[in-house]
Design a protein around this ligand. Structure first.
Ligand SMILES: [Zn+2]
Length: 137
């Protein structure tokens, strides 16, 4: 069992987070070996899609000290998260969504901002991943 890497202040309400999800998140954090900063957890006030796993405490968004987005992605897959979102800001900073599963089980997507400033989503496949990870030849 991994230690608990995430403090109460990092969550909207840590006591209402789904415990098996937190256990999985800590296992991922331990394996990663780099700091993880939660940017969104279970706040009902933050904007999420209607089927979001956030309000129920089944998902977080985060940034990390880890510089390799592929390593972050592969460890999220390894630890069995059912929902994985990859995002990159205009200044090329990466951030991530991970969810326990359930409603959004095995959903993996890339989020990006279109020309009008709206967040759009597309399904992940290896081609999309390579582009996102900057591995194009
Ligand atoms: Zn999210």
């Amino acid at each position: 069992m991994a230690k608990d890497y995430f403090g109460v202040k990092e969550f909207y309400d840590k006591s209402k987070m789904f415990k098996p999800f937190l256990d999985r998140l800590n296992g991922f954090r331990e394996d990663l070996g780099k700091k993880v900063f939660l940017t969104s957890s279970n706040s009902p006030a933050q904007k999420h899609v209607a089927t979001s796993d956030h309000p129920g405490g089944y998902a977080v968004d985060f940034t990390t000290e880890e510089n390799s987005p592929r390593r972050v992605y592969e460890l999220m897959v390894k630890h069995g998260f059912g929902g994985i979102g990859l995002y990159r800001t205009a200044d090329r900073r990466y951030y991530y969504h991970c969810a326990f599963g359930g409603k959004d089980i095995s959903d993996k997507w890339l989020g990006y901002v279109d020309a009008k400033g709206n967040i759009k989503y597309k399904a992940l496949d290896e081609k999309v991943l390579k582009k996102f990870f900057g591995e194009e030849v």
